[in-house]
Design a protein around this ligand. Structure first.
Ligand SMILES: Cc1cc2nc3c(=O)[nH]c(=O)nc-3n(C[C@H](O)[C@H](O)[C@H](O)COP(=O)(O)O)c2cc1C
Length: 343
């Protein structure tokens, strides 16, 4: 199969997927293949054109909640029909144990998007997960610079070999062996419909914020607005971690204490109160699935109000300190930020 050109579409929060896109394009350039890189976070500013005949299409993005993040999923769904060959790549949470880079979990990302693309007429040529340093510092301590550098160098070489293989017309389907990932389907669905909204409300700016607005300007999906002269995260947030990693004053934290307090309050008081009132007044939601859906929706609605209240209370020093010292990201053992090494 002769590849006439390459069109790479990527989304990236902290730079891993951007690097992978660049590494692939460098190999294409070495082989004198014309390569076009498109950052899809400017989705509202770009028109998605039908791919040129004979071009190889590459999609790459991080994995969020065992799937591609919504921005990439929606982009692929909107992608015009065509019959080009396609390569699906992702970057996911690698860790280092000794000299071994442990793999992240792709979940359902490849299965679901390849299905969409095949229905549009495309032919899948490869699935390739790339294990780069995990950026999910809300849920685990940040990696140190030595580990980041080691992983960066090692994985760059692997991506290079993969790119050479694909650009010489070969296929690569090893990732399909990770079929056990399909059991994560329910969690991936729950992340899409509820989890991501919960995560979007875990960020806040501490008193260290000097109003430089870097977070607002650099947010790839424009999810951060200003309320009461302080950054405020809307439900549009993809939790890509760019704001936390780019804040020059390290003022953006994940409010672990806040979210634990809310979850306890909700499960012990708010949900029972609401359903008691609701069942007395309207009707009985006995079906357990409907009950689950109603409870999740209620959780998010009250979360939005709770988050707004917290945002208001943050103006009081004593409350702000309470928030800060119940945020794990504040502490030295946890709080390193993550930014991929620049090429
Ligand atoms: C909200 C969120 C969810 C994540 N979920 C997963 C996951 O399900 N599986 C995984 O392997 N990595 C997961 N990660 C890690 C990222 O996919 C990984 O670090 C990726 O390389 C970041 O790419 P970027 O720098 O291009 O944004 C998650 C990260 C974040 C921020």
């Amino acid at each position: 199969m002769e590849i006439k050109g390459v069109q790479i579409y990527y989304f990236s929060g902290t730079g891993n997927s951007r690097n992978v896109a660049k590494w692939f394009s460098q190999v294409a350039a070495e082989k004198n293949i014309d390569c076009q890189l498109t950052n899809i976070s400017r989705i509202d500013r770009i028109q998605i054109e039908k791919p040129k005949p004979g071009n190889l299409i590459v999609f790459t993005s991080p994995i969020h909640g065992f799937n591609y993040p919504p921005i990439m999923l929606h982009f692929i769904m909107r992608f015009p029909k065509g019959n080009n060959p396609v390569v699906l790549m992702n970057t996911r949470a690698g860790m280092l144990v000794g000299q071994w880079i442990t793999p992240g979990i792709t979940g359902i990302a490849f299965y679901i998007t390849s299905l969409f693309l095949m229905l549009k007429g495309y032919t899948i040529r490869a699935f390739y997960p790339v294990d780069l340093p995990s950026n999910w510092i809300s849920v685990h301590p940040g990696l140190n610079q030595r580990t980041i550098k080691f992983m960066h160098e090692k994985i760059k070489e692997k991506v290079r070999k993969f790119s050479l293989k694909i650009l010489s017309g070969k296929t690569h389907f090893k990732a399909l062996l990770e079929i056990h990932d399909l059991i994560l389907f329910p969690i991936a669905v729950m992340y899409y419909f509820a989890g991501r909204f919960l995560f979007s409300k875990t960020y806040y700016a501490s008193a260290d914020c000097d109003h430089c607005d870097v977070c607002i300007k650099s947010c790839p999906v424009k999810a951060i607005i200003k309320i009461d002269n302080r950054p405020y995260w809307t439900f549009n947030c993809e939790s890509c971690m760019k704001c936390m990693s780019h804040c020059p004053g390290k003022a953006i934290e994940t409010g672990h204490g806040f979210i634990v307090a809310y979850s306890i309050l909700f499960s012990m008081v708010l949900s029972d109160l609401f359903f008691h009132f609701f069942e007395l007044t309207f009707f009985n939601i006995e079906h357990s699935f409907l009950h689950f859906l109603a409870e999740s929706a209620l959780f998010l609605v009250i979360l939005a109000l709770w988050y707004r209240l917290i945002h208001f209370l943050l103006r009081f020093r004593i409350f702000e300190r309470l928030m800060v010292y119940t945020s794990l990201t504040r502490f030295k053992f946890w709080g390193r930020r993550y930014k991929a090494l620049k090429e």
